[in-house]
Design a protein around this ligand. Sequence first.
Ligand SMILES: Cc1cc2nc3c(=O)[nH]c(=O)nc-3n(C[C@H](O)[C@H](O)[C@H](O)COP(=O)(O)OP(=O)(O)OC[C@H]3O[C@@H](n4cnc5c(N)ncnc54)[C@H](O)[C@@H]3O)c2cc1C
Length: 1174
Amino acid sequence: MATLDALKLALRRQLKAPASPEHHPLSEEQYSAGFDILAQETSYEDFVIPTLSQLLAPLFDSRIRVSVLEIGPGPKTVLGHLPDHMRKKIIKYTAFEPNSLFATRLEKWLCPEPPADPPFSCLHNPPAIHRTPFTADMADTFTNDSGDSPRFDLVLFCHSMYGLHPKPAVLRRALSLLHDDDHHHHHPSSPPPLAVVIHRAGLFSHLYTGGGDGLVAQHTATFLAGVVRVADADEPLDRFAAFVAGCAAPDSDTLMKWRAVCRALGRREGVAQVKLVFAAPTVMAAFAPHAATALAALAAAEVPLLLPSLRESGSGDADGGQGRAVKNVEARARRPAAIARPTAVAHVQACVRWALRCGVGLTVVGGGHGGQCLWSGVVGVDMAAFDRVHVLPAGYCGGEGQDSGPLVVAGAGCTTGHIIRSAMAAGLTVPLGARPSVGAGLWLQGGIGHLARLHGLACDAVVGAVVVSVASGEVVVVGCVPSEYWPAGAVRVSGSESDLLWAIRGAGTNFGIVISVTFKAYAAPTYSVRNWVVPLSDRHEARRNLADFDRLVAGQLPRRCSADAYLYWEDGNLRLGVTMFEVSTAGTGCETHGCTPPPELESVAAILGPQTSSQKLDSVGVFDAEMYISGIHGGHGSGKTSSFKRCLFLQHIGDASIADILAAAMESRPTPLCYIHLLQGGGAVSDVPAGATPFGCRDWDFACVVTGVWPREQDGAEAARAAVAWVYKVAGELLPLSRGAYGADLGPDPRDAALAARAFGPNLQRLARLKRLWDPQNVLRYACPLPRAPMEPRLIVLVTGESGAGKDYSAAVWVSWLTRRGYEARAVSISEATKRAYAAATGADVDRLLRDRAYKEQHRSALTAFFQDQVRQRPRLPEEHFLEVVDGAAGVEVLFITGMRDEAPVATFSRLVPQSRLLEVYVKARDNTRRARGAQGCSSEPDPARSNRHRPGLVFDNDAAGDEAARAFAEHRLLPFLDEDLQRLAAMVRPVPGFPRQGIQFRHVLGIAQQPGGLALCAALLERHFTGRWAAVDAVACCEAGGFVFASALAARVGVPLALIRDAGKLPPPTVSVAKSPSHISSSASGHGDSEARIELERDAVPRGATVLVLDDVLATGRTLCAVLRLLGEAGVPPEKVSVMVVAEFPVHGGRELLRQHGFGDVSVQSLLVFGGA
Ligand SMILES: Cc1cc2nc3c(=O)[nH]c(=O)nc-3n(C[C@H](O)[C@H](O)[C@H](O)COP(=O)(O)OP(=O)(O)OC[C@H]3O[C@@H](n4cnc5c(N)ncnc54)[C@H](O)[C@@H]3O)c2cc1C
């Protein structure tokens, strides 16, 4: 199947010299007739409409009104397919449509006769349709009444740039017509106006020639599987061919030739009504106003840059310069806006900060073997300069007196070969992959090699990393990194550090730019390598041999051995190639085996026949032992071929369902060089639990690499396209039978979507949530796609209480009360997973456990013991259960969770759901009420509502019969948390990235006071949301400065005096004072803590034993609050007489947990607003 571009060339070749397209221009009618065929037969639903809607959503969401300029919309605009709520925002529509037939049809469509509805129903003025071409220098003809060029939020070229020249200048003109993006510069989270170009995939090669150097795209999406169809009949073919050729056929002879060309190049589809299909790979690129100037800012930061023109001329080609050759054929074909070549960590930071400022994405180049390391219109960061390997003897990074064993610290620009060679020189190795030139993408995304069954995957050996955070640009150290390899200014991140290390071990390309990783190292082995080749006469024989190989050979091997298989075609025969790797290390005794097959393999000859070769190799020599390098097809190592791979994880490859797909795939191979490679798993790979690293696919026998290969000179031609299509087809057939897909090399291409959805086993939701924390602006948007994290519920209510108090009943009443008021609410029991596991382990009846109270009570203590035992084995289990429940409630606004067993659950879990407000409601009832409701023997557990361990946010007294009290509770206690005014208040808190220093997203909470009506609104909300009785409050205690502002406004409202807490020395004696450790923001600003600081309160400001409300602006780490509570204690106010309100809480810093650790767990803390992130 030829592409439309190839068809165009072939059609034009039929024009007899000296006839040229310009001599036979299409009439408007001819153009329109050809266009109609394309419009009818092109499915915009596959790519253009969904991708455009997604791409424009942030722009439209951030604006009340949107003005649009469309260039060459044709008879209808694609914007008419946007969702209704987006179309309603379009208040100004201007178009340039030089084809007057189209312009007339467009006008009619936009302004239809009643009663039909117009597509843009909210236009302030009739659409302005200019019947002239849009040109780069059209200022004179395109001005508004005041003589200025009007400005737009969106300029769209939907397949209209073909006839516009020179394209870079046209695009620059379009950018100049966008509104200024000053606003965006000050608020990078606010989306800039956009010029969007939809074009055939070669767009960037046109944009980067003739002065388009370095245009930086805000977003690029490709749809390489796009096709157009045309009926195989003379008349439609004539219209179609003329449209594609861009000129009318000069004579009937040409017409006949054109028909023949179309029929020769198009793929035939259908039987009764045959259609000819042509490939129409499409790209959509969006540019912000600063697209043309953005690179200058990066260059100004002194980041070494290679521009496309230099790359083109060869002078800076990655091969020739200091950079790295990008091996991947797809990545090589792309046109990055520039390649940054950082030589220092600060350069990488500059790239990230630049990307954050401009709102653009970045790609990273490691070993250049992946398909996503370069992306058109995007700056690629080539890590080649970070190529140091340090091999460390045992003794580093031991925690708690333990020795970490030997380590290898490898820069992100290292290749596998470099690391292995360096380690081998010290008698060590690291489990990496099979090819020496592959880079960091391998160990950041998995890494399957010959040591996998013995030592695990490459990502399993990663114990630490240095990362430039794409959330902030700061250098972050996670896990074990010996101090001498910490770059200057590197910081450890508190709290969520272990999450980042976890994410890097298998999904690392999505979470930051990795500078180096620390590997656990192992003793260097030697390998005995043996090969077999078995001819297969037909599909049945293939099935039988695969089954025998799987069961009788691979399935019998000890973990020091692995057997890889190949299905390939050679000399007219399908063949099964097998390579067995036996690993021997000093001390295991295995080294004495030499080349003698392991005893388990005596029967192998009976199955595979005589081995064709065997050799003994070291860790470097084994690189050349790959059969696809040295064996099949005469060896590809020196051959000039290109390849494309996708990898799935399979069990039972000998089952007919799988073996038949594999054999059929080989029969339908589009080139003779395509093959299927099966790498053995099991052993140490499957020892690791699926959730222990993001690489969640662990239970497979073979990684099946479907490999399309074609001669390199056919890059970009039909053979390459067919090989890629074959890989996707086979992968698609295997996917439903597989245990998952390998994430390495998957990208945002829609063809990868189904594979990516199976890439991380059960870890997708956790990864999605971490992505939002660690890459909130999606800087690494071209890596293996993760789903968008579902919006966490606005309110999560943890319903606790003693058995029989009516927790589930109350939750059900609250859900139905809220649902009737239009909220999406749900109640879920968190203990269900435990009950199921318990039932499976003990044979108890799971249905009765879930539904029969008496039965549940019988099992209560055994169930508790079972759960505690599980937690001993998996300490993170409560968190996992909690997140499973939250993830399962996507789209729910208010989630009630019952069945919690955790002490102080808000303090424990709030860090995990920073976007939600977490609230504990303790349900209580008198003992006899509970007994009457079926609780057996009322426990003597202390009522946490009265205990000093922690105090629940709210207590619901559920003694009365009926649901009246529960409904009243929902109305008066729960509903206020959904108060729209809270959202108004939240909107007044301006985010300030990079203040007081890089890496911190400051929220200007105090800025509420600077907003019109802000202080009054905040004080009113504080008054309304206080759960105590104002009449009982003796004083409102507050610290300078934020606390003073809000407390003054509140105190004036509720008529309660203030108790002012100030830094030592500012208040007249007598005072009480305590030492104060610095707050989160002030310690960030100064860079060091001032541990000597003290705070004071006048001794008589509050009477001893008074009831006090502490009011502060922010709760982050909780250190200030701890000091205040200690101070009040000094002043004779015990914690039980204190309640706390804060305007904004940042749960990620674990403030509540600190309070609890300092013995203040029983103090009630209420926050008006809750913010995620730092
Ligand atoms: C010939 C060949 C042999 C292979 N053999 C094996 C094998 O034996 N075992 C195996 O498991 N896989 C193997 N692979 C797959 C390989 O793991 C992936 O192609 C991998 O993505 C390549 O990594 P790279 O660094 O070479 O490529 P790149 O394309 O440079 O990088 C791959 C991805 O990682 C990202 N990335 C790179 N560096 C960083 C960084 N410092 N920080 C953040 N992101 C980064 C890139 O942006 C890109 O998305 C092989 C591939 C090829 C082509």
